[in-house]
Design a protein around this ligand. Structure first.
Ligand SMILES: [Fe+2]
Ligand SMILES: [Fe+2]
Length: 311
């Protein structure tokens, strides 16, 4: 059953600051998805695929950071949102792992060197944090605060990109694989839904503006590195275009993909958010649209199949 909009009743009015956040237990069947799921555009395909590399372990790290701060949060509403956030990010991580295992690996593209290293970092982190907390609680708080600020910056971008992919009709016109488009839009919509959670956790954990700026700078470099490095890594392994990948060719193809609306202009998009995110009074509720996200989630084939109905 498709329902396009929430009931027009004040009881269902959406609180942009605190929308209800619950995971949708989605699953995806990748058997019909081709390697170049943006037809004829391997560069756009692999730029977006680079998110599939970083997100499974990245989102597990987000969860670790929020779980570490949770005992210090007293606000019942935020605690409820944290629960929803953790559930959503767990399903996101699992779903992107499915793309790595069932599309990239089956086409001979192996990213395990990167994901194994990230996985080891996540596996080692709890013991490192516990040792730091026992030895120097102030340093532990400082480190966790910085990590939360970095996650908050990345969550800003996942929400902005989520809104971009929900609003972008040119991907439908280009004939992008519908299962992949649904994964990206379902994930993007949930990112919009829970966009305030980590920012609020950071602030309740004593995070201040200067550290928010410093962590944003670090996150920006990380995102550029992950997107550019990840895309080139994937393009070089792609069996269908191997041997034809050179930097000038990739740059020309990238510009064409941006013009066609298959990918956002990442240089402009990431830096262009600086005046928004670095405004001292910024709060994530001021950006993106929860009604649009919920509207997509009511239409998403994967979310519908998962049987989720918030109303
Ligand atoms: Fe996510
Ligand atoms: Fe998120």
């Amino acid at each position: 059953m498709t329902r396009s909009t929430p009931p027009d009743d004040p009881a269902f009015a959406i609180d942009e600051r605190h929308p209800p956040i619950r995971p949708r237990r989605v699953s995806f069947d990748w058997t019909k998805t081709p390697l170049h799921w943006v037809p004829g555009d391997p560069v756009a395909t692999h730029i977006i695929n680079s998110f599939h590399i970083v997100l499974p372990e990245g989102e597990k790290w987000f969860i670790q950071c929020v779980k570490d701060a949770r005992p210090y949060i007293k606000d019942e509403k935020l605690l409820e949102e944290i629960k929803g956030f953790i559930g959503q990010e767990m399903v996101h991580a699992r779903s992107h792992q499915g793309v790595l295992d069932q599309i990239l690996a089956t086409n001979g593209i192996d990213v395990s060197k990167i994901t194994d290293a990230a996985g080891k970092g996540n596996a080692d982190r709890p013991a490192q944090m516990a040792a730091l907390k026992a030895k120097n609680p102030r340093a532990w708080r400082r480190r966790l605060r910085f990590e939360l600020a970095a996650v908050a910056s990345i969550e800003h971008y996942t929400a902005v990109l989520g809104q971009w992919i929900m609003d972008n009709r040119r991907l439908d016109e280009a004939g992008v694989d519908p299962t992949m488009l649904d994964l990206l839009r379902w994930h993007g919509a949930e990112e919009v839904e829970h966009r305030s959670v980590v920012f609020d956790v950071y602030q309740r954990f004593g995070g201040r503006y200067p550290m928010r700026v410093a962590a944003w700078v670090v996150s920006l470099f990380f995102l550029y590195w992950a997107l550019i490095g990840g895309s080139l890594y994937l393009l070089k392994q792609d069996p269908q275009i191997k041997g034809r990948v050179t930097l000038p060719r990739v740059l020309i193809a990238y510009r064409r993909s941006v013009r066609k609306g298959h990918v956002p202009g990442i240089f402009k998009l990431l830096l262009g958010e600086a005046p928004v995110y670095l405004k001292p009074s910024h709060h994530p509720s001021q950006i993106c649209s929860t009604p649009k996200a919920l509207d997509y989630l009511l239409r998403s084939p994967a979310a519908q199949a998962a049987g989720y109905d918030p109303y």
